[in-house]
Design a protein around this ligand. Sequence first.
Ligand code: ATP
Ligand code: MG
Length: 578
Amino acid sequence: MRLSQYYVPTLREDPAEAEVISHKLLLRAGMIRKLTSGMYSFLPHGFRSLNKISNIVRREMDRAGCQEVLLPLVQPADLWRETGRWDLYGRELLRMKDRHQRDYCLGPTHEEVITDLVRDEIRSYRQLPVNLYQIQTKFRDEIRPRFGLMRCREFIMKDGYSFDRDEKENEESYRIMQQAYESLFSGLGLSFRAVEADTGPIGGSQSHEFMVLADTGEDSLVVCSGCGYAANLEKAEVPSPQSGNTEAECPQPELVQTPGMHTVADVAAYLEVPRNRILKTLLYKSDGSSVAAIVPGDRELNETKLANLLGAAELEMADAEAVQNWSGAEVGYSGPLGLAVDRVLADHSLLEGTDWICGANQTDAHYRHIHLDRDAAVELYADLATVGEEDVCPKCRTAISFQKGIEVGHVFKLGTKYSSAMNATYLDAEGRERHILMGCYGIGVTRLLAAAIEQNHDENGPFFPPSIAPFEVELLNLGPQEEDLSATAESLRSAVLETGADVLLDDRVERPGVKFKDADLLGSPLQVILGKKGYDQGVAEAKDRKSGERTTLSLTDFYREFAAWRSRVWQQTWRLGN
Ligand code: ATP
Ligand code: MG
């Protein structure tokens, strides 16, 4: 491609609408344009990269023995009713009706459709195992689409599904996919980590997420350096207390006035007690019922853990009106004594200790000397808090640390969740009917593009891993009006193509400064610069965009020297084979 003919509308300035760097650079480099909230068009420069990512994903899935299919985007509600997810999936599911008033949705994921496909065809154990995948558009009506390609409403996903005969085979399929993901993300040149994960509305018994490590990631990861435990903060466990002493002595509750003290910090300061002596009582609406969740005042409630415990599809913090109705007080004075809610749950750390302070369900008042078991109707103690810096590893109890990551892949062991709901069975060797065991495996293809930029950029632009760059090489002709330079640029271009790399030739009549700036913005990891001075000396300059290292390549021996430099950059800078 020649830049003079390339449809790549770049922007000089950061667009105001973009908050994160990948979003800014995708717009500035003319890769994507926004259509409406959470929906983007791909321009040639963006689509080239996206296609490369898809092809690498495809190659890796095929290598792992998976077979590609393409399922419809629009799905009939009847299938979703069979699994109960028509009601459970919540508002991310975009529902609609056809001209006959039949219900449909846009597929946010495809478990129902694929299970339907397979149950109609698979009869015998001889047809299993099988693993099918697709690379396709998904639609999720996200509550807060943002950060460009990171969290869209319409996006491209690779979703794969395995079908197995028994637990052992199911386990093996899961392991094969984990390995395929490891090899895929390494092959893309990204630094990543696999972590234990929450299963969300997909469900199942076990799941891991693959996180591209970047400070700007939306996900927090808890990592143990001792035993290698790594989990998404949503999922990471707080070890259960080692002893319980709820039997300990505790005086009778006493009402104390706490005027204007709404927060744990206010009350702690006012009553001169540490924050961990105070019970934080949080009120939620959960699928139409009211719930109180209690955690120590110095801890955060983990809403994912709470939603899982409740089996809730929708969990929403109670608004001021609901708080008033259920507690009889303003926000900030709720407590477990005499609260009019359906369920009261407490964090398991509260099994250790007694004599707490809590809201009195009266504005401007708290209770002292609360003994949870004696004074409140706690239905269940469970792991409800978010892991904090002070916590230790739940497996080996050594110190933990935190990292930020972007979730680019997610694998789930589903067991018979979908096959039993939808009656997908096979006949085993003894002629007995059995439910097929399933797994499902997603990769955010469009999000990967954003993640690659979040991990690899500087103030001048992105530097794409060579395997997924729109063009691996940009060739800058600094003398486009000089015949001999232009002829040489053309022959260098052919030589680069011959090595198997793709190349964008900047043949525009522009100042060198403009060309350098644009080359950095367009993101090729390898730049070859042909200027008058070098030409006279018989060399072109080569710049490794990521490391910043420069070298010269002889014009007379260009093919060989370029090929050698190219493999050095792949191996040394990107730790990739080519
Ligand atoms: P998240 O927690 O980020 O909302 P998820 O866990 O709901 O994602 P999965 O159902 O596991 O997502 O989907 C598989 C993959 O699809 C994710 O790992 C992610 O890379 C990608 N993905 C999910 N939602 C979006 C989205 N709204 N925009 C872009 N990519 C997405
Ligand atoms: Mg996920």
